[in-house]
Write a protein that binds this ligand. Structure first.
Ligand code: PBG
Length: 311
């Protein structure tokens, strides 16, 4: 009876697996604050893509950690930079079985750890950063990304990226815009995963957790600027924002169950305080119930397996 009257059904195709690729690694290595998640070597990537395709999930979201960083994040736009090489490897392995998404942001590539380039006074320069994002987007499309995902929260980034892609002929490369991205405590383990150099915080560009209406303003702007998918992040603490965005949005809506949200479940499960499987399924189901069409989760492969078992 519960199955018959269920209001929300989650399908593996809605899930996106974030994947970390670390330059210079021989073997994949564990990330301590993200149990079950690894930094992969470039050579391990095709195996991850195969696993994603076999699990039937919709996409992977690639992040990369370079060996060398500088003030402007040069390696982010280089064709032989680790992220672009990872995109090419993933696209080649995927053969259209899963969508290849790429993080479009400078924080992994700058030696100060900010998501953009800095002005003389040390603050992030919004418009100068957008110029770099435009070049980075084109380099990612050229490497074979199906979707570029700007996560730096610069004003106007979606419009600048769309124009740059179109000008280079990449008219069918899609944009997943991190639209309502809050300055959250829940990114801690991710910053370990990417070996972040950040000192301080991102409050000058990420949103105030206290603001609900502003989330809708941000997603509406991104949609008008040409976003193909808008996203709310983190997910569970922001289900109100997600519901608002889903109600108003004409494009698909994604939500990111971020590293700290994942790690909370893992840490409690490790202590025997929570049932891991039930907790992850409850999280994803709740995010979809609130209005997400697409969910990014580090548990995507396992969740896909559990969903099939439960069918
Ligand atoms: C930054 C970025 C962040 C995440 C994805 N892209 C974190 C940040 O703002 O430091 C977080 C994802 C997660 O915590 O799982 N470009």
């Amino acid at each position: 009876m519960r199955r018959l009257v269920r209001e929300t059904r989650v399908h593996p195709a809605q899930l996106v697996l974030p994947v970390f690729v670390r330059e210079g690694l021989e073997d994949s290595r564990d990330i301590e604050s993200l149990p079950g998640v690894q930094q992969h070597s470039l050579d391990a990537l095709p195996g991850v893509i195969d696993a994603a395709a076999e699990a039937g999930i919709g996409a992977v979201m690639l992040f990369a950690i370079p060996e060398a960083r500088d003030a402007t994040g040069t390696a982010a736009c280089a064709a032989d930079g680790i992220l672009n090489r990872a995109i090419a490897r993933a696209a080649e392995a995927a053969q259209g079985r899963v969508v290849v998404m790429a993080d479009l942001c400078l924080d992994e590539f700058t030696d100060h750890g900010h998501c953009g380039v800095l002005a003389a006074d040390g603050t992030v320069d919004n418009d100068a950063t957008n110029e770099v994002y435009a070049v980075m987007a084109v380099s990612q499309a050229r490497a074979g990304a199906d979707v570029v995902a700007p996560s730096g929260m610069m004003d106007g980034q979606t419009a600048v990226i769309r124009a740059a892609l179109d000008a280079e002929g990449f008219t069918s490369t899609s944009i997943l815009a991190y639209s309502a991205k809050y300055a959250s405590a829940a990114y801690g383990p991710f910053r370990d995963a990417v070996e972040s150099e950040l000192v301080g915080d991102r409050k000058a560009y990420q949103m105030d957790p206290a603001n609900r209406r502003e989330g809708l303003v941000e997603s509406t702007l991104d949609e008008a600027e040409g976003a193909d998918i808008v996203m709310v992040k983190p997910a569970l603490p922001y289900l109100d924002v997600l519901a608002d965005v889903a109600a108003a949005s004409a494009v698909p809506v994604a939500a990111y169950h971020v590293s700290g949200e994942y790690a909370q479940i893992e840490a409690a499960a490790e202590r025997g305080w929570i049932d891991r499987r039930v907790a992850h399924l409850e999280a994803v189901t709740s995010i979809v119930r609130a209005g997400a069409d697409i969910v990014l989760t580090y548990a995507a492969l396992e969740v896909a397996g559990w969903l099939k078992e439960d069918m």
